[in-house]
Write a protein that binds this ligand. Sequence first.
Ligand SMILES: [Zn+2]
Length: 209
Amino acid sequence: MHEGVFIRNAFHFLPPEKLQALPYNISVGFHPWLLNKIDFKIAHKYLAHASKLKNVMAIGEAGFDNVALTPLALQYAFFELQIAIAIQCQRPIIIHCVRAYHLLVPYIKKNHKVIFILHAYSADEGTTKKLLQYENVFFSFGKNMFHRAMIDKQKKLMHMIPLQKLFVETDNSTLQIEKVYEVAASFLKLEMEQLKVETKKNYLDIFKK
Ligand SMILES: [Zn+2]
């Protein structure tokens, strides 16, 4: 295990004392799928407080999902809140974005001091080229590498992205992170150890305390 390098999503509204007691690093945020159930004012208070906890390394997942039923206005409101908190606590934000990169890009441009980690990345090549222009954007790959229909596209994307901008993830799957490293390394034609070293460097770069 690489201690301190793993980040897990925290559950919605686990009380701060429980969050703090979790024996690993976490992110806190409001997923675009679930916003209908959350009171905005309570969410704001909660996140402002939770984001200051020591084991909270990032805000998120947050973002936009054009396939979700959540009204867009609500998605905007919660995203702006989470960007504001990410700025306040100087933490990266983990992005969930489905068919909505055109909504996200203005925030990336405007908030160049905020690090955006695009999780489960699988946008098209044109979008990827555009996103690669921004120094504050990182790309994370995981489950999609294991879907047969997505392998070719994932490989192509991963080859477009410099190693200094790359992460791997298990997301909420039961995959072992070792297995994810193994497959990602084989896609990139790298030794697994090299990939681990590179992603750890990236981690240390953007999660400095
Ligand atoms: Zn997601």
